[in-house]
Design a binder for this molecule. Structure first.
Ligand code: ARG
Length: 461
Protein backbone atom coordinates (compact mmCIF):
# COMPACT_ATOMS: atom_id res chain seq x y z
CA UNK A 1 0.00 0.00 0.00
CA UNK A 2 1.24 3.47 -0.83
CA UNK A 3 0.11 6.97 -0.23
CA UNK A 4 0.63 10.36 -2.01
CA UNK A 5 1.88 13.31 0.09
CA UNK A 6 1.05 17.03 0.11
CA UNK A 7 4.80 17.72 -0.10
CA UNK A 8 5.23 15.70 -3.35
CA UNK A 9 7.80 17.72 -5.27
CA UNK A 10 11.02 16.35 -6.59
CA UNK A 11 10.04 12.97 -5.19
CA UNK A 12 6.86 11.24 -6.20
CA UNK A 13 5.53 11.79 -2.69
CA UNK A 14 4.53 8.15 -2.68
CA UNK A 15 5.78 6.40 0.42
CA UNK A 16 5.43 2.94 1.82
CA UNK A 17 2.76 2.59 4.50
CA UNK A 18 5.18 1.08 7.01
CA UNK A 19 7.48 4.04 6.39
CA UNK A 20 4.49 6.36 6.77
CA UNK A 21 3.61 4.84 10.06
CA UNK A 22 7.18 5.13 11.24
CA UNK A 23 7.43 8.73 10.07
CA UNK A 24 4.10 9.92 11.44
CA UNK A 25 3.90 11.88 14.69
CA UNK A 26 0.15 12.44 14.79
CA UNK A 27 -0.34 9.87 17.56
CA UNK A 28 1.42 12.19 19.96
CA UNK A 29 1.38 15.66 18.37
CA UNK A 30 -2.41 15.76 17.82
CA UNK A 31 -2.60 17.04 21.38
CA UNK A 32 -1.19 20.35 20.07
CA UNK A 33 -4.16 20.99 17.75
CA UNK A 34 -5.28 24.10 19.66
CA UNK A 35 -1.82 25.65 19.61
CA UNK A 36 -1.42 24.76 15.92
CA UNK A 37 -4.69 26.44 14.98
CA UNK A 38 -4.03 29.44 17.22
CA UNK A 39 -0.63 29.94 15.56
CA UNK A 40 -2.16 29.62 12.10
CA UNK A 41 -4.89 32.15 12.91
CA UNK A 42 -2.31 34.75 13.94
CA UNK A 43 0.01 33.90 11.04
CA UNK A 44 -2.87 34.40 8.58
CA UNK A 45 -3.90 37.67 10.24
CA UNK A 46 -0.32 38.92 9.83
CA UNK A 47 -0.21 37.80 6.18
CA UNK A 48 -3.24 40.02 5.60
CA UNK A 49 -1.72 42.96 7.47
CA UNK A 50 1.38 42.89 5.27
CA UNK A 51 -0.68 42.53 2.11
CA UNK A 52 -0.07 38.84 1.28
CA UNK A 53 -3.70 37.83 1.89
CA UNK A 54 -6.79 39.90 1.10
CA UNK A 55 -9.37 40.61 3.78
CA UNK A 56 -11.72 38.16 2.12
CA UNK A 57 -9.10 35.43 2.02
CA UNK A 58 -8.27 35.97 5.66
CA UNK A 59 -11.93 35.72 6.56
CA UNK A 60 -12.26 32.42 4.74
CA UNK A 61 -9.13 31.01 6.33
CA UNK A 62 -10.12 32.25 9.79
CA UNK A 63 -13.63 30.82 9.55
CA UNK A 64 -12.21 27.56 8.23
CA UNK A 65 -9.68 27.26 11.05
CA UNK A 66 -12.22 28.16 13.74
CA UNK A 67 -14.61 25.59 12.27
CA UNK A 68 -11.92 22.92 12.47
CA UNK A 69 -11.16 23.87 16.06
CA UNK A 70 -14.81 23.69 17.04
CA UNK A 71 -15.36 20.40 15.25
CA UNK A 72 -12.33 18.78 16.87
CA UNK A 73 -13.53 20.02 20.22
CA UNK A 74 -17.11 18.75 19.80
CA UNK A 75 -15.94 15.49 18.30
CA UNK A 76 -17.57 16.25 14.92
CA UNK A 77 -14.14 16.04 13.30
CA UNK A 78 -12.01 13.05 14.18
CA UNK A 79 -8.26 13.58 13.83
CA UNK A 80 -7.03 11.27 11.10
CA UNK A 81 -4.44 9.03 12.68
CA UNK A 82 -2.97 8.19 9.29
CA UNK A 83 -1.99 11.85 8.71
CA UNK A 84 1.70 12.70 8.92
CA UNK A 85 1.35 15.16 11.76
CA UNK A 86 -1.08 17.66 13.26
CA UNK A 87 0.21 20.49 11.04
CA UNK A 88 -0.48 18.53 7.86
CA UNK A 89 -3.84 17.37 9.15
CA UNK A 90 -5.10 20.88 9.95
CA UNK A 91 -3.85 22.31 6.65
CA UNK A 92 -5.24 19.46 4.57
CA UNK A 93 -8.62 19.67 6.33
CA UNK A 94 -8.68 23.43 5.78
CA UNK A 95 -8.05 23.05 2.04
CA UNK A 96 -10.63 20.27 1.85
CA UNK A 97 -13.18 22.58 3.47
CA UNK A 98 -12.45 25.99 1.87
CA UNK A 99 -10.67 25.01 -1.33
CA UNK A 100 -7.70 26.73 -3.05
CA UNK A 101 -7.43 29.65 -0.62
CA UNK A 102 -6.53 27.19 2.14
CA UNK A 103 -3.29 26.52 0.28
CA UNK A 104 -2.21 30.14 0.86
CA UNK A 105 -1.93 29.70 4.64
CA UNK A 106 1.52 28.13 4.48
CA UNK A 107 3.04 31.17 2.72
CA UNK A 108 6.18 32.45 4.51
CA UNK A 109 6.11 29.55 6.92
CA UNK A 110 7.56 26.05 7.19
CA UNK A 111 6.61 23.12 9.35
CA UNK A 112 9.98 23.64 11.00
CA UNK A 113 9.04 26.98 12.54
CA UNK A 114 5.44 25.86 12.90
CA UNK A 115 6.30 22.89 15.09
CA UNK A 116 8.78 24.99 17.06
CA UNK A 117 6.00 27.51 17.68
CA UNK A 118 3.36 24.93 18.61
CA UNK A 119 5.61 23.18 21.09
CA UNK A 120 6.54 26.43 22.82
CA UNK A 121 2.89 27.44 23.08
CA UNK A 122 1.95 23.99 24.35
CA UNK A 123 4.73 23.84 26.91
CA UNK A 124 3.92 27.35 28.12
CA UNK A 125 0.39 26.21 29.01
CA UNK A 126 1.67 23.04 30.66
CA UNK A 127 4.25 24.94 32.72
CA UNK A 128 1.45 27.18 33.99
CA UNK A 129 -0.63 24.16 34.99
CA UNK A 130 2.27 22.42 36.69
CA UNK A 131 3.14 25.58 38.64
CA UNK A 132 -0.47 25.77 39.91
CA UNK A 133 -0.33 22.11 40.95
CA UNK A 134 2.97 22.61 42.80
CA UNK A 135 1.37 25.55 44.62
CA UNK A 136 -1.54 23.35 45.62
CA UNK A 137 0.84 20.72 46.91
CA UNK A 138 2.70 23.30 48.99
CA UNK A 139 -0.73 24.28 50.37
CA UNK A 140 -1.39 20.66 51.40
CA UNK A 141 2.01 20.33 53.08
CA UNK A 142 1.52 23.65 54.84
CA UNK A 143 -1.86 22.51 56.15
CA UNK A 144 -0.25 19.54 57.90
CA UNK A 145 2.75 21.62 59.01
CA UNK A 146 0.42 24.11 60.73
CA UNK A 147 -1.17 21.42 62.88
CA UNK A 148 2.22 19.89 63.64
CA UNK A 149 4.14 22.84 65.07
CA UNK A 150 4.10 21.15 68.50
CA UNK A 151 4.85 17.64 67.20
CA UNK A 152 8.34 16.80 68.45
CA UNK A 153 10.05 14.04 66.50
CA UNK A 154 13.61 12.90 65.98
CA UNK A 155 15.43 14.65 63.18
CA UNK A 156 17.73 12.21 61.38
CA UNK A 157 21.11 12.15 59.76
CA UNK A 158 22.27 8.87 58.18
CA UNK A 159 18.73 7.73 59.16
CA UNK A 160 20.01 7.68 62.74
CA UNK A 161 18.17 9.74 65.33
CA UNK A 162 20.11 12.99 65.57
CA UNK A 163 18.40 15.95 67.23
CA UNK A 164 14.83 16.84 68.19
CA UNK A 165 12.88 18.82 65.61
CA UNK A 166 9.20 19.39 64.96
CA UNK A 167 7.26 17.65 62.24
CA UNK A 168 6.28 21.11 60.98
CA UNK A 169 9.94 22.05 60.58
CA UNK A 170 10.62 18.85 58.65
CA UNK A 171 7.65 19.36 56.32
CA UNK A 172 8.60 22.98 55.71
CA UNK A 173 11.90 21.80 54.23
CA UNK A 174 9.84 20.28 51.39
CA UNK A 175 7.93 23.55 50.94
CA UNK A 176 11.26 25.32 50.33
CA UNK A 177 12.29 22.73 47.72
CA UNK A 178 8.96 23.02 45.97
CA UNK A 179 9.16 26.83 45.95
CA UNK A 180 12.48 26.49 44.14
CA UNK A 181 10.85 24.06 41.72
CA UNK A 182 8.28 26.73 40.90
CA UNK A 183 11.03 29.26 40.39
CA UNK A 184 12.90 26.88 38.05
CA UNK A 185 9.74 26.30 36.02
CA UNK A 186 9.12 30.03 35.80
CA UNK A 187 12.70 30.71 34.68
CA UNK A 188 12.58 28.05 31.99
CA UNK A 189 9.16 29.18 30.85
CA UNK A 190 10.24 32.82 30.60
CA UNK A 191 13.32 31.92 28.51
CA UNK A 192 11.17 29.76 26.24
CA UNK A 193 8.62 32.50 25.73
CA UNK A 194 9.91 33.95 22.44
CA UNK A 195 8.36 33.22 19.08
CA UNK A 196 10.31 31.22 16.48
CA UNK A 197 7.61 31.76 13.84
CA UNK A 198 9.03 33.47 10.77
CA UNK A 199 12.28 31.52 10.98
CA UNK A 200 10.63 29.49 8.22
CA UNK A 201 12.58 26.43 7.05
CA UNK A 202 15.84 27.82 8.48
CA UNK A 203 16.92 30.94 6.60
CA UNK A 204 13.99 33.29 7.01
CA UNK A 205 11.86 34.43 4.07
CA UNK A 206 11.77 36.91 1.21
CA UNK A 207 8.19 37.83 2.11
CA UNK A 208 7.72 41.08 4.07
CA UNK A 209 6.49 39.37 7.24
CA UNK A 210 6.04 41.06 10.59
CA UNK A 211 7.23 38.55 13.18
CA UNK A 212 6.88 40.88 16.14
CA UNK A 213 3.16 41.45 15.75
CA UNK A 214 2.44 37.69 15.57
CA UNK A 215 4.62 37.12 18.64
CA UNK A 216 2.77 39.83 20.55
CA UNK A 217 -0.64 38.48 19.57
CA UNK A 218 0.41 35.04 20.81
CA UNK A 219 1.55 36.41 24.18
CA UNK A 220 5.31 36.02 23.59
CA UNK A 221 7.74 38.49 25.09
CA UNK A 222 9.66 38.76 21.80
CA UNK A 223 11.00 36.79 18.84
CA UNK A 224 14.00 34.49 18.38
CA UNK A 225 16.96 36.48 17.07
CA UNK A 226 18.48 33.92 14.69
CA UNK A 227 16.28 31.92 12.33
CA UNK A 228 18.60 28.88 12.31
CA UNK A 229 18.51 28.80 16.11
CA UNK A 230 14.76 29.43 16.03
CA UNK A 231 14.07 26.10 14.29
CA UNK A 232 16.90 24.11 15.92
CA UNK A 233 16.49 25.07 19.55
CA UNK A 234 14.97 22.57 21.94
CA UNK A 235 16.83 23.90 25.01
CA UNK A 236 13.49 24.62 26.60
CA UNK A 237 12.61 20.90 26.53
CA UNK A 238 15.88 20.20 28.30
CA UNK A 239 15.41 22.96 30.84
CA UNK A 240 11.83 22.02 31.61
CA UNK A 241 12.77 18.34 31.57
CA UNK A 242 15.52 19.08 34.09
CA UNK A 243 13.19 21.18 36.26
CA UNK A 244 10.63 18.36 36.18
CA UNK A 245 13.34 15.82 37.05
CA UNK A 246 14.36 17.91 40.05
CA UNK A 247 10.74 18.23 41.10
CA UNK A 248 10.28 14.45 40.81
CA UNK A 249 13.45 13.91 42.83
CA UNK A 250 11.89 16.03 45.60
CA UNK A 251 8.59 14.18 45.38
CA UNK A 252 10.48 10.91 45.45
CA UNK A 253 12.37 11.85 48.62
CA UNK A 254 9.09 12.82 50.26
CA UNK A 255 7.58 9.55 48.99
CA UNK A 256 10.38 7.60 50.59
CA UNK A 257 9.75 9.32 53.92
CA UNK A 258 6.01 8.77 53.67
CA UNK A 259 6.65 5.09 53.03
CA UNK A 260 8.94 4.90 56.08
CA UNK A 261 6.69 7.01 58.30
CA UNK A 262 3.63 4.90 57.54
CA UNK A 263 5.43 1.62 58.36
CA UNK A 264 4.87 -0.10 61.72
CA UNK A 265 8.53 0.57 62.49
CA UNK A 266 7.83 4.33 62.53
CA UNK A 267 4.04 4.91 62.50
CA UNK A 268 4.57 8.67 62.49
CA UNK A 269 1.70 9.15 60.06
CA UNK A 270 -1.34 7.36 58.81
CA UNK A 271 -2.38 7.75 55.20
CA UNK A 272 -6.07 8.03 54.43
CA UNK A 273 -7.39 4.73 53.15
CA UNK A 274 -8.32 6.47 49.87
CA UNK A 275 -4.57 6.53 49.14
CA UNK A 276 -3.50 3.11 50.38
CA UNK A 277 -4.14 -0.34 49.00
CA UNK A 278 -4.68 -3.70 50.60
CA UNK A 279 -3.05 -7.00 49.87
CA UNK A 280 -4.85 -9.88 48.23
CA UNK A 281 -3.64 -12.29 50.91
CA UNK A 282 -2.56 -10.22 53.92
CA UNK A 283 -5.63 -8.54 55.44
CA UNK A 284 -3.62 -6.26 57.74
CA UNK A 285 -1.85 -4.39 54.91
CA UNK A 286 -2.14 -0.66 54.17
CA UNK A 287 0.32 -0.28 51.39
CA UNK A 288 1.50 3.23 50.42
CA UNK A 289 1.26 2.43 46.69
CA UNK A 290 0.78 6.05 45.61
CA UNK A 291 4.03 7.17 47.22
CA UNK A 292 5.83 4.12 45.84
CA UNK A 293 4.56 4.84 42.34
CA UNK A 294 5.69 8.45 42.53
CA UNK A 295 9.13 7.22 43.62
CA UNK A 296 9.08 4.70 40.79
CA UNK A 297 7.95 7.13 38.11
CA UNK A 298 10.81 9.48 38.92
CA UNK A 299 13.04 7.21 36.84
CA UNK A 300 11.05 7.68 33.67
CA UNK A 301 11.13 11.48 33.99
CA UNK A 302 14.94 11.32 34.34
CA UNK A 303 14.97 8.94 31.37
CA UNK A 304 13.00 11.35 29.20
CA UNK A 305 15.48 14.12 29.97
CA UNK A 306 18.33 11.84 29.01
CA UNK A 307 16.68 10.73 25.76
CA UNK A 308 16.26 14.33 24.71
CA UNK A 309 19.81 15.33 25.63
CA UNK A 310 21.15 12.32 23.74
CA UNK A 311 18.86 12.87 20.76
CA UNK A 312 20.13 16.43 20.34
CA UNK A 313 23.83 16.00 21.01
CA UNK A 314 24.96 15.03 17.52
CA UNK A 315 22.54 16.99 15.38
CA UNK A 316 23.94 19.37 12.79
CA UNK A 317 21.97 22.60 12.34
CA UNK A 318 19.19 23.16 11.52
CA UNK A 319 16.09 20.91 11.64
CA UNK A 320 16.53 17.13 11.55
CA UNK A 321 13.76 14.59 11.80
CA UNK A 322 15.36 13.19 14.95
CA UNK A 323 13.87 16.22 16.65
CA UNK A 324 10.39 14.79 16.30
CA UNK A 325 11.43 12.60 19.25
CA UNK A 326 11.38 15.67 21.53
CA UNK A 327 7.63 15.55 21.97
CA UNK A 328 6.97 12.05 23.30
CA UNK A 329 9.69 12.55 25.89
CA UNK A 330 8.58 15.91 27.22
CA UNK A 331 4.86 15.04 26.96
CA UNK A 332 5.43 11.90 28.98
CA UNK A 333 7.29 13.91 31.63
CA UNK A 334 4.54 16.50 31.76
CA UNK A 335 1.80 13.84 32.02
CA UNK A 336 3.69 11.89 34.66
CA UNK A 337 4.42 14.95 36.79
CA UNK A 338 0.82 16.15 36.59
CA UNK A 339 -0.48 12.73 37.62
CA UNK A 340 1.97 12.48 40.51
CA UNK A 341 1.12 15.96 41.77
CA UNK A 342 -2.61 15.33 41.45
CA UNK A 343 -2.44 12.26 43.66
CA UNK A 344 0.03 13.81 46.11
CA UNK A 345 -2.08 16.94 46.78
CA UNK A 346 -5.02 15.11 48.44
CA UNK A 347 -2.85 12.32 49.84
CA UNK A 348 -0.77 14.79 51.84
CA UNK A 349 -3.75 16.94 52.81
CA UNK A 350 -5.49 13.92 54.36
CA UNK A 351 -2.55 12.25 56.07
CA UNK A 352 -2.69 12.13 59.85
CA UNK A 353 0.41 12.85 61.91
CA UNK A 354 0.59 10.57 64.97
CA UNK A 355 2.32 12.93 67.36
CA UNK A 356 2.49 10.48 70.25
CA UNK A 357 4.60 8.04 68.23
CA UNK A 358 6.86 10.84 67.04
CA UNK A 359 7.43 11.93 70.64
CA UNK A 360 8.05 8.36 71.82
CA UNK A 361 10.67 7.95 69.12
CA UNK A 362 12.21 11.26 70.13
CA UNK A 363 12.53 10.05 73.73
CA UNK A 364 14.80 7.15 72.75
CA UNK A 365 18.06 7.57 70.92
CA UNK A 366 19.74 10.29 73.02
CA UNK A 367 18.84 13.03 70.59
CA UNK A 368 19.36 15.55 73.40
CA UNK A 369 23.04 14.57 73.80
CA UNK A 370 24.15 17.67 71.87
CA UNK A 371 22.20 19.79 74.32
CA UNK A 372 23.87 18.06 77.24
CA UNK A 373 27.26 18.98 75.77
CA UNK A 374 26.02 22.52 75.05
CA UNK A 375 24.94 22.77 78.74
CA UNK A 376 28.51 22.24 79.89
CA UNK A 377 29.94 24.45 77.13
CA UNK A 378 27.67 27.35 78.11
CA UNK A 379 29.00 26.99 81.66
CA UNK A 380 32.62 27.36 80.62
CA UNK A 381 33.87 23.94 79.53
CA UNK A 382 35.51 23.82 76.08
CA UNK A 383 33.10 22.13 73.63
CA UNK A 384 35.42 19.20 72.85
CA UNK A 385 35.74 18.33 76.56
CA UNK A 386 31.99 18.72 77.04
CA UNK A 387 31.41 16.48 74.02
CA UNK A 388 33.65 13.81 75.56
CA UNK A 389 31.85 13.88 78.92
CA UNK A 390 28.42 13.70 77.27
CA UNK A 391 29.63 10.80 75.13
CA UNK A 392 30.74 8.88 78.22
CA UNK A 393 27.39 9.52 79.91
CA UNK A 394 25.49 8.34 76.82
CA UNK A 395 27.61 5.17 76.61
CA UNK A 396 26.88 4.43 80.25
CA UNK A 397 23.16 5.03 79.73
CA UNK A 398 23.11 2.66 76.76
CA UNK A 399 24.71 -0.04 78.89
CA UNK A 400 22.18 0.51 81.69
CA UNK A 401 19.27 0.99 79.29
CA UNK A 402 18.53 4.45 80.69
CA UNK A 403 17.61 7.74 79.09
CA UNK A 404 19.52 10.91 79.95
CA UNK A 405 16.75 12.31 82.13
CA UNK A 406 16.70 9.16 84.26
CA UNK A 407 20.18 9.76 85.79
CA UNK A 408 20.25 11.40 89.21
CA UNK A 409 21.99 14.71 89.81
CA UNK A 410 24.60 12.94 91.93
CA UNK A 411 25.36 10.62 89.06
CA UNK A 412 25.74 13.63 86.77
CA UNK A 413 28.01 15.36 89.27
CA UNK A 414 30.27 12.31 89.30
CA UNK A 415 31.04 13.13 85.65
CA UNK A 416 31.42 16.88 86.16
CA UNK A 417 30.82 19.17 89.14
CA UNK A 418 29.42 21.77 86.70
CA UNK A 419 26.12 19.85 86.42
CA UNK A 420 23.26 21.33 88.41
CA UNK A 421 19.51 20.87 88.92
CA UNK A 422 18.68 23.06 85.89
CA UNK A 423 20.21 20.49 83.53
CA UNK A 424 16.98 18.48 83.40
CA UNK A 425 15.06 21.48 82.11
CA UNK A 426 17.88 22.20 79.67
CA UNK A 427 17.88 18.72 78.12
CA UNK A 428 14.11 18.27 78.01
CA UNK A 429 12.97 17.73 74.42
CA UNK A 430 10.73 20.81 74.50
CA UNK A 431 13.65 23.00 75.58
CA UNK A 432 15.89 21.47 72.93
CA UNK A 433 13.38 22.53 70.30
CA UNK A 434 12.37 25.86 71.85
CA UNK A 435 15.94 27.06 72.26
CA UNK A 436 16.97 26.46 68.65
CA UNK A 437 16.13 30.06 67.87
CA UNK A 438 18.70 30.53 65.10
CA UNK A 439 17.14 31.63 61.81
CA UNK A 440 15.80 28.67 59.89
CA UNK A 441 16.14 26.43 62.95
CA UNK A 442 13.54 24.22 64.58
CA UNK A 443 12.59 26.71 67.36
CA UNK A 444 8.86 27.46 67.51
CA UNK A 445 9.21 31.10 66.49
CA UNK A 446 11.54 30.25 63.68
CA UNK A 447 9.08 27.69 62.35
CA UNK A 448 6.23 30.21 62.56
CA UNK A 449 8.36 32.59 60.51
CA UNK A 450 8.98 29.87 57.94
CA UNK A 451 5.25 29.21 57.68
CA UNK A 452 4.62 32.92 57.15
CA UNK A 453 7.38 33.01 54.51
CA UNK A 454 5.86 30.13 52.53
CA UNK A 455 2.40 31.68 52.77
CA UNK A 456 3.83 34.97 51.51
CA UNK A 457 5.52 33.24 48.55
CA UNK A 458 2.30 31.41 47.69
CA UNK A 459 0.28 34.59 47.69
CA UNK A 460 2.59 36.14 45.09
CA UNK A 461 1.21 35.39 41.63
N1 ARG B 1 6.28 16.29 12.81
C1 ARG B 1 7.47 17.06 12.67
C2 ARG B 1 8.17 17.18 14.04
O1 ARG B 1 7.54 16.92 15.01
C3 ARG B 1 7.15 18.42 12.18
C4 ARG B 1 8.25 19.09 11.46
C5 ARG B 1 8.49 18.42 10.17
N2 ARG B 1 9.44 19.12 9.34
C6 ARG B 1 10.05 18.50 8.31
N3 ARG B 1 10.88 19.24 7.66
N4 ARG B 1 9.83 17.27 8.02
O2 ARG B 1 9.32 17.48 14.13
Amino acid sequence: MANKKMWAGVTSGVTDTVADDFNSSIRFDSRMYKQDIRGSLEHAAMLMRVGILTEGELEEITDGLLGILEDIETGALAIDMTAEDIHMFVEATLTERIGEVGKKLHTARSRNDQVALDLRLYMRDECGEIISLIKELIGSILKIAKVSTDAIMPGYTHLQRAQPITFAHHLLAYCMMLLRDISRMKDASARMNVSPLGSCALAGTTFPIDRGSVAEALGFSGITTNSIDGVSDRDYCIEIGAALSTLMMHLSRLSEEIILWSSWEFKFIELDSAYTTGSSIMPQKRNPDMAELVRGKTGRVYGNLFSTLTMLKGLPLAYNKDMQEDKEAIFDSVDTVKMCLSVFIPMIATMKPIKENMLNAAKRGFINATDLADYLTKRGLPFRSAYKISGTIVRECIERNNTLDELTLDEYKSYSPIFDEDLYEEISLTTCVKKRISEGGTGYESVDKQIAFVEGELSKT
